[in-house]
Write a protein that binds this ligand. Structure first.
Ligand code: WT7
Length: 654
């Protein structure tokens, strides 16, 4: 039995939804039990859903111990990911729309790209890349707007066995060059400009700036999205449309091993610079496809819309790979939720008759603030299911999503996962589980979550409980390594709690055994559903000539979930000013990108440190949260007076 409050806030799927659902409660229980009782047998069976060139005979070979750390799935099988996402649908659904492209500007017509057209475009792009010298195993960086060419390029890389690494178009030239060099990429694909929310980001000129810091053999392939003015470096820059006109429209699909890398995606960690998360081909694709099918209750003919950007893992798994592996129609939206106005999401849902809609809590909160009328003027009767991802969703936003958008008839799947996990790990299955606002609920098939005591590292078996969230065994979508740094892979994920994958998140398991994510327990913050390492912002700040020292923490932010709070100590003789605040804010934007923009900057004469010089971040977090009454033990501080000054001049008084 749960407490009264919890019972009252449980939302069971309607009888109508449950009746037609891919998975009902009994089926979930049966499949989940089978998946953990005999993972080999379960995944061996599920693995058949992909088209293999050479079928696998080995299913699972995974070890979480530090001495022998290794994760392999279907290791002796071979396949081609683009053939699985494109070619195999040609016979049955060649004329069905694979991708609907909805441009930033609502007056520009949408594009409907059928599977046949997708095949042609992917082949052409693959031939263009081969023509630029890209071969199996080579790395290609994508720095693109949300245009179909981004999907073509991903699948083209997969077709020739090259490894793509997408850099979100909101990242700065510095961040881009770090990733080009980190992956040692041969080719960068970009566009002249990225239209977004009525503004154009100059991607080509950002790429030009980035390439100044890269090997001069790196080639730049440029898609002309707006036709706006750009500079051109002969011999280095290649015009996509020119090469496209001449490219052959067929291209063989290269046979790759299940464990050959499909992509690298850089993500922030609690220390150091972003790490290149490596996903491989067979297990990742299977996991993306299967979660897409079951978590979103996807059925043939459905129109699926994930509003993420392909620069994030959500876009990889649920705009491109999962939906296309399942032969779905997937929407690629170039714009933002509030342009031209706050009804854009709902207009797109109406226009394309969207069945499943998947977005982030930050977008829901922002739109909720604009008022229900923006939703109500649109016909949302096609919607059958809603999803959220990226950060914990507060009950107010959940209820608004449920009532105003879903009209109380669409199950909401709150999906918890990470760049590292490739696909959903904790989520309700919409036809099987009664949801609770704010709960990520249940493990997906094969997933074995455990709650550990953060101090002892022991597994806590009873419920209700709270602790750190770890995974006891592997699943096919798990990352395999950090690009170029397998040791860091072990250190980051498998060393704090021996024998487990450590997620970095805290969680609660309620009396029903359902999971609630409580947020990061490390120095990673979550800003508008995007992960940001506080260490990265700190190193950007101290790279400024006037900054002596900086400490960065998160604080609760009404729309973004968390905001970026910076404590900055200036160099001797530098004076704090509003102007300098602005300068530092812009500085971080150019060092990392607008997503890392500091929200609050507090001038700090010093930072609270232990006598051994360690910054006491716990205290800084409390002050940033405006919760300075309960700072806990400050007796180990070298200079306790620093804290009084920080409290007195705190920036967040909400
Ligand atoms: C971190 C992963 C997974 C794609 C988007 C973000 C947080 C993610 C939820 C959720 C509460 C969530 C976690 C996680 N997070 N989904 N449904 N409820 N928190 O991917 O950038 O790799 O970030 O996002 O803290 O560790 P990411």
């Amino acid at each position: 039995m749960t407490g009264q409050g919890q019972e009252a806030n449980t939302y069971a799927p309607s009888a109508e939804f449950a009746k037609d659902a891919n998975i009902d409660a009994a089926k979930y229980d049966e499949m989940y039990a089978a998946s953990v009782a005999d993972p080999e047998a379960f995944w061996g069976e599920q693995g058949k859903a992909l088209d293999w060139i050479k079928p696998f005979t080995k299913v699972k070979s995974t070890d979480f111990s530090l001495d022998n750390l290794g994760i392999k799935w279907f290791e002796d099988g071979t396949l081609n990911v683009s053939a699985n996402c494109v070619d195999r649908h040609l016979a049955t659904r060649g004329d069905q729309t694979a991708i609907i492209f909805e441009p930033d500007n609502p007056d520009e017509p949408a594009k409907h790209i059928t599977y046949k057209m997708l095949h042609t475009e992917v082949c052409k792009m693959a031939n263009i890349l081969e023509g630029l010298g890209v071969r199996k195993g080579d790395r290609v960086i994508l720095y693109l707007p949300m245009i179909p060419e981004a999907a073509y390029a991903m699948l083209a890389c997969a077709r020739i066995g090259a490894i793509h690494s997408i850099v979100f178009a909101g990242f700065s030239p510095d961040a881009l060059s770090a990733r080009i060099n980190g992956a040692d990429a041969k080719v960068v694909i970009t566009a002249d400009y990225a239209p977004r929310g009525g503004r154009n980001t100059p991607l080509k000129s950002n790429a030009d700036a980035a390439l100044l810091h890269c090997k001069d053999t790196v080639k730049l392939l440029v898609v002309k999205r707006t036709g706006g003015q750009t500079t051109w470096v002969d011999g280095r820059d290649f015009d996509y449309s020119e090469l496209h006109a001449e490219a052959d429209d067929t291209c063989r699909a290269v046979e790759v091993g299940a464990e050959d890398p499909l992509f690298i995606l850089y993500t922030s960690g609690s220390t150091g610079q972003p790490k290149g998360v490596v996903h491989t081909s067979g297990g990742y694709l299977l996991y993306a496809a299967m979660t897409h099918k079951y978590v979103f209750d996807y059925k043939d003919g459905d129109i699926f819309w994930c509003t993420a950007d392909v620069g994030w893992v959500t876009g990889h798994s649920y705009i491109v790979y999962g939906p296309l592996a399942n032969g779905a129609t997937t929407i690629m939206f170039e714009g933002v939720p509030t342009y031209p106005d706050a009804s854009r999401f709902w207009q797109v849902c109406e226009k394309h008759k969207v069945n499943q809609f998947y977005t982030a809590p930050t977008a829901i909160r922002a739109l909720m603030g604009k008022g229900a009328e923006f939703v109500e003027k649109c016909d949302l009767s096609s919607l059958r299911l809603l999803g959220t991802v990226g950060e914990p969703i507060n009950p107010e936003a959940w209820n608004w999503y449920n009532d105003v958008v879903g009209k109380g008839t669409c199950p909401i799947v709150d999906t918890w996962w990470q760049t590292e996990t490739g696909g959903h790990l904790l989520t309700p299955l919409p036809g099987a589980h009664a949801t609770k606002p704010g709960a990520a609920m249940k493990p997906f098939f094969g997933v074995q979550p455990v709650v550990l005591d953060p101090q002892s590292g022991e597994e806590i078996h009873e419920s209700p409980t709270e602790g750190v969230l770890c995974l006891k065994d592997s699943w096919p979508g798990q990352m395999r390594t950090i690009w170029g740094d397998h040791e860091r892979f072990g250190k980051t994920y498998f060393s704090d709690y021996k024998g487990y994958y450590f997620s970095g998140d805290g969680c609660r398991r309620d009396a029903d055994g359902d999971y609630w994510i409580t947020g990061r327990v490390d120095d990673v913050i979550n800003v508008s559903g995007h992960r940001m390492g506080t260490a990265e912002v700190e190193s950007a700040l101290v790279a400024h000539a006037k900054v002596a020292e900086a400490a960065v923490v998160g604080y609760p932010h009404e729309i973004k979930g968390q905001g970026i709070y910076c404590y900055v100590t200036l160099m001797n003789g530098e004076e704090p000013s509003e102007e300098l605040r602005k300068e530092l804010r812009n500085w971080v934007r150019t060092e990392i990108g607008p997503i890392a923009s500091p929200d609050l900057i507090q001038w700090s004469p010093g930072l609270p440190k232990t006598r051994s010089g360690k910054i006491m971040r716990r205290i800084l977090r409390k002050i940033a949260e405006n919760d300075y009454g309960s700072l806990g033990d400050t007796s180990t501080l070298a200079e306790p007076a620093v804290v009084d000054d920080l409290i007195e001049n705190r920036m967040n008084r909400a």
